[in-house]
Design a protein around this ligand. Sequence first.
Ligand code: GLN
Length: 244
Amino acid sequence: MENYQLRIAHLYGDLMNTYGDYGNVIAIKYYAKQIQVETDYHLISLGDSFKADDYDFVIFGGGQDYEESVTAKDLPSKSDEIKKYIENNDSLLAVCGGFQLLGTTMEFANGKIINGIGAMSHHTVNLNSSELFDNMRGKRLIGNIQIKNNESGETYHGFENHQGRTFLGKGEKALGTVVSGNGNNGDDKTEGVIYKQVYGTYFHGPILTRNGNLAKRILKNALLKRYPDIDWQAKLDGIPTESF
Ligand code: GLN
């Protein structure tokens, strides 16, 4: 039997890993193992090189403002390769701070605005921004959240905890429409993003352990990119979908 392999890069996994975002890696490995796919995990942090062609799945987790500001200073050294990876239709999951930093700009709680890498068109403001409706100003967005992706019909459950408010831009679709909770900004009922094979979200929990349907979808996309002739959907349909 041929050996199939999924090469995983965890961007800044030692800095950007709030609320157990590493659990998303565990979920991907869990499903991969059951369909006889080996995984190869690499932590890519400050000063490390990242090459787009070396990976099949990238995770970029969340962090508080301080960790995000440290990460933002290192990101320009990797941004060309991250953009190449994304534009090449490779699979990436970005959570909270990681999601914010892939966009154009990010405003911290102290009002300071920094550049994201601009790989995607969303931007993030903070809790006192004039872009927000009055009733959403001054509140941190915390609590259980449920969203529905209208294309797939899938519902995702999670927990959000963020101050940044993200507004999607050109070419971006929401991961889902908010059923309950706040989502990207508390105003427009969008949660997360889908752009090419990038999935972004504010869900912790982590999203892929609680939502096995999404874990399988992302794993399928990543494997299809590397091994297009295999019916990964059938293989994944043959194993149970978990919600831990
Ligand atoms: N510092 C960011 C915010 O509060 C991200 C938080 C997070 O990743 N949990 O919006």
